[in-house]
Ligand binder design. Structure first.
Ligand code: PLP
Length: 375
């Protein structure tokens, strides 16, 4: 067994201290804050502060600042409003019984943020600045991290071309912000298997596109498919590859795993059209640690449907930061309606979910040193 080493909290402290703090003079009152962090709906409530940093082509990144949360000043000609040069990240701050606050693999989000930025010709933000920005905001608004189990402070770093210019080129001015939103479990009422619409008309991305980048444009492109799914009574939509329409890719904002009868797992390989999820990567590791074989492969939709019908595939689940692990109940389209096993949450699905959540909450040993203490 490898010896456990922890990320030294001094590292995040030092990176956070590079950000100056302008406290919010109109902070929420303790009562207001408590009511907002008690049982928040996803993405509707925001903390007192935000981080801002600006980049200019000549001078690079400015000094970063934590400042009062509030509307942005944006020129109507700002490039992002016309050409959508925007990338984002999503991660959570977790409260522990002893009052400490932790992040899960924020270094992986920092790395992915750089990859996304490169794809959209946006400047890279260094890992140190990304970690410092997130830690500085969490430290300043620590009281906004909900204390209820499975409730978290969802952090949303994002970057966009703010330069007022209608010409099409890599921007000369870019803004980076981090905002924070207290949030409860993604699905209120506990883990319930979801129904999936398999979308075969509209694709979220294609070969050589932006599928591997976490950018708003991918989500904009996914909405017509999402609408078709809800018109057919499904809770989530699964996209297939645009080139052939035959391979499984991912949901609008979650990766997917299949569990076979022999206990092995399979997940679509990262072909460039799939977002490389931090949850996906972590679950591959946890499943392998527990002795399960994990294959990353091109999964044909037809094979999956046949394997579900025959009982060869016993569980299917989706995964991502927001919902952690979500069991999948059935797949539907105009041509089929197939239920996975008995339509209940699979046992390996729940085991992996509980283990990952346990690590995030400090209840399960963090063998891979994924947790970073903020304060
Ligand atoms: C963010 C995202 C995921 C999940 O990634 P995590 O790092 O696990 O949160 C999956 N698919 C898409 C399209 C995403 O944007």
């Amino acid at each position: 067994m490898t010896e456990q080493t922890h990320h030294n909290p001094e590292v995040l402290n030092r990176l956070a201290s590079a950000f100056s703090v302008l406290p919010n003079p109109n902070k929420a009152t303790p009562e207001d804050r408590e009511s907002k962090t008690d049982k928040p709906a996803f993405g509707q409530v925001f903390s007192d502060s935000m981080v801002r940093m600006t980049w200019h082509k000549e001078s690079g990144w400015s000094h970063g600042q934590v400042e009062p949360y509030g509307p942005l000043h944006l020129d109507p000609a700002a490039a992002v409003l016309h050409y959508a040069q925007e990338v984002f990240e999503g991660l959570k701050a977790y409260h522990r019984e002893d009052g400490s606050i932790w992040l899960f693999r924020p270094d992986a989000n920092a790395e992915r943020f750089k990859e996304s930025a490169r794809r959209l010709s946006l400047p890279e933000l260094s890992t140190d600045d990304f970690l410092g920005a997130v830690a500085a905001l969490v430290q300043q608004d620590a009281q906004w991290v909900p204390t209820r189990r499975e409730y978290t402070l969802y952090l949303r770093p994002f970057m966009y071309a703010s330069e007022p210019f209608l010409g099409v080129r890599a921007p000369h001015q870019v803004d980076f912000c981090v905002i924070a939103s207290p949030s409860g479990p993604y699905f209120s009422g506990g883990v319930k298997p979801v129904s999936i619409w398999v979308e075969n008309r509209w694709f979220r991305t294609g070969p050589g596109g932006t599928g591997f980048a976490k950018c708003g444009g991918n989500y904009a492109a996914s909405l017509v498919g999402e609408n078709r799914g809800s018109e057919h009574g499904c809770e989530q939509v699964c996209f297939v590859d645009a080139a052939t329409g035959t391979y499984l890719e991912e949901l609008g904002g979650m990766n997917m795993f299949i569990v076979h009868r022999d206990g092995s797992l399979e997940t679509p390989s990262l072909t460039g059209t799939i977002l490389p999820g931090v949850t996906r990567r972590s679950l591959i590791q946890l499943a392998q640690d527990a002795g399960h074989e994990v294959r990353e492969s091109m999964i044909r939709l037809d094979d999956l449907l046949e394997d579900i019908r025959s009982g060869e595939v016993t569980e299917v689940f989706a995964c991502g930061t927001a919902a952690i692990v979500t069991p999948i109940k059935c797949f539907k389209s105009e041509a089929f309606d197939v239920t996975v096993a008995d339509g209940e949450s699979g046992s390996l699905t729940m085991q992996l979910r509980n283990q990952l959540l346990g690590i995030q909450l400090g209840e399960v040993t963090d063998l891979h040193n994924w947790m970073w203490k903020v304060c």
